[in-house]
Design a protein around this ligand. Structure first.
Ligand code: HC1
Length: 568
């Protein structure tokens, strides 16, 4: 430990701590932009400058280590002047469109400008005029708003191991872009959206599909149904000032009704169907000698990753469609038939924590109903904006229930929203189906938790099943490399592209952190614990679907509607 003094306060910190961490530990707030607590600090933006007595100049506190006897001042005239100059220089060539910017009130640069008391920009800078990259369904990249903090580069490389972004050019012409400055649709991008989650401004944002959804809602000839993903209900409240991890399922349903959706359904219903199909697929591969390990396929960023990086291993992916897409098909077939609605008049909207779901919905294969199965995908952030625009007082809404029957789901379905959940939901059903015996304990604790990779051995009847669970694409890559080298002895693997699974998705309220993800994950397990039914195969609405319409899992109809294929 070393003893240092920050703004007159004495503090003891372990060697190797940075001045920024030391200051934050005692409640001294130093503004930052390029710094992100989950990634390696770079010290490039210079917003976090402080005075270290005896040093030749002001230092970047995010990369400056503490040392014995150090005296730090964070609030001198020089420090405040230097910070203001840095912010003013950034603003000098930033588009001044805060009021109409998608990140208005969620922009870190805007907040720092306010905190630093900027009232006038002393410098007149040349503005940039780069074309906006919006040739993909998920993300919009506007380099004119980029402040070159490099957080997207680090998220894409350190967290995801995908390395789409890099700094290009020099000086005023420096940009952050994919190699050869191609659009994201031509880069090896998985559209996971983690870059958008860490971008401090609106240089990378989710593509906004709210206008199209408003139009559908106000079109009297359309029957507009919405499905909501498991992870949305434990995060949406954050955009209305509620603490992270607050379960707002009932208020969310009420809000969606207020803004005009005709039916409010739960993606959990088809998460249960996914388990029926994927569980049966696993049993078939295990007992009849199919490709193992079988790997889950519901996370679309993960599917994009395998198609881009491991096309030789596509056979390992479960062919079962994701719950979002199974839902899309069933709404325009089963639901349309059952309630005598012309599928042509149905607009199917989904609310997801995910940007890659926007891409998944647009895949060529996702038209099994004869129409585009899912018409519009909104992220949690977009639906929050719509709720605000509609003037709904979210915090004071009374809980309401999902509509039946596509709103009926189980505890197994809701845990899909966090890493390990799909595996646990599958194990509950696979165990009972294979052994014919009721499980004594439904909770598979060794696949829970936010460790990057987990493994477990589960005994099911005569079989010892080795399972693994990974989240983030960097971790998934380790698993895939082992499979490629034929060094993997797992039978069943769950992969989710985002940190923590869908709760940490690229479309969730800003900003996330390990603590926030932990609270959201705990809330997901809370939802499971309090669910009346906790196994997919016991969902009465799913049982009715199979009994009256689908036949059996992996049957003819399922094969055509609920399964898919992948391509390199
Ligand atoms: Fe997910 Fe899924 S869990 S992929 O994270 O399988 O997005 O929440 O909706 O489809 O159910 C996302 C979440 C979601 C699907 C389900």
């Amino acid at each position: 430990y070393v003893n240092i003094t920050i703004d007159g306060q004495q503090v003891q910190m372990p060697q190797g701590t940075t001045v920024l961490e030391a200051a934050r530990s005692i409640g001294v707030k130093i503004p930052t932009l390029c710094y992100h607590p989950e990634y390696k600090p770079e010290g490039s933006c210079r917003i976090c400058l402080v005075e270290v007595v005896g040093a030749r100049s002001l230092v970047a506190s995010c990369v400056f280590p503490v040392s014995e006897g150090m005296v730090v001042n964070t609030n001198t005239t020089d420090v405040r002047e230097a910070r203001r100059a840095v912010v003013e220089l950034l603003l000098a060539n930033h588009p001044e469109d805060c009021l109409s910017c998608q990140r208005n009130l969620h922009c870190e640069l805007q907040k720092i400008a306010a905190d630093c008391g900027i009232r006038k920009i002393r410098f007149e800078g040349e503005k940039k005029d780069y074309p906006v990259d919006n040739d993909n369904p998920a993300l919009v990249r506007n380099q004119n708003k980029c402040i070159l903090c490099g957080r997207c580069i680090r998220a894409c490389s350190e967290l995801q191991g995908v390395n789409v972004y890099t700094f290009a050019n020099r000086g005023f012409n420096t940009t952050v872009s994919p190699a050869f400055n191609v659009g994201l649709h031509n880069a090896a991008c998985t559209f996971c959206g983690q870059c958008a989650n860490v971008c401090p401004t609106a240089a990378i944002v989710e593509k906004d599909d709210t206008k199209e959804v408003w139009e559908a809602l106000h079109n009297p000839t359309k029957h507009v149904v919405v499905q909501t993903a498991p992870a949305v209900r434990v995060a949406l409240g954050e955009d209305f000032g509620l603490p992270s991890g607050r379960i707002v399922t009932g208020q969310m349903v009420a809000a969606l009704r207020r803004i005009g959706f005709d039916k409010i359904f739960d993606t959990g219903f088809t998460a249960d169907v996914t388990i029926m199909e994927e569980g049966s697929e696993f049993i078939e591969r295990l007992t009849k000698g199919g490709t193992l390990p079988m790997i889950t396929s519901c996370s679309p960023g993960w599917i994009n990753f395998v198609e881009l990086m491991y096309p030789d291993l596509l056979d390992h992916l479960s062919t079962t469609k994701s719950p979002q897409q199974i839902f899309g098909v069933l709404v325009k077939t089963y639901y349309a038939e059952k309630f005598k609605i012309d599928p042509q008049d149905i607009v199917s909207v989904s609310v997801m924590p995910c940007t890659a779901k926007k891409v998944e919905a647009r895949r060529e294969e996702m038209k099994s109903s004869g129409y585009q199965d899912v018409d519009y995908v909104l992220t949690t952030r977009e639906i929050a904006r719509m709720i605000k625009e509609a003037g709904v007082d979210f915090g004071n809404l009374k809980s309401e229930e999902f509509d039946a029957p596509l709103g009926i789901s189980t505890g197994a379905a809701v845990i899909f929203g966090t890493t390990g959940g799909v595996m646990e939901a599958a194990l509950r059903t696979v165990s009972e189906v294979m052994t014919g015996k009721t499980l004594d304990c439904l909770e598979f604790h060794n696949v829970r938790g936010l460790t990057g990779m987990k493994e477990a051995e589960v005994t099911i009847g005569e079989n010892k099943i080795k399972v693994a669970v990974a989240h983030t694409l960097a971790n998934a890559r380790i698993i895939m490399e082992n499979i490629r080298k034929r060094e993997s002895d797992y039978h069943f693997i769950e992969v989710m592209a985002c940190p923590g699974g869908c709760i940490g998705g690229g479309g969730q309220p800003l900003s996330t952190s390990p603590d926030i993800r932990k609270q959201r994950a705990e809330a997901i397990y809370e939802c499971d614990k309090s669910a009346a039914i906790r196994k997919a195969h016991e969902n009465p609405a799913v049982q009715e679907l199979y009994a009256t319409w689908l036949g059996k899992p992996l049957g003819e109809k399922s094969h055509h509607l609920l399964h898919t294929h992948y391509h390199a």
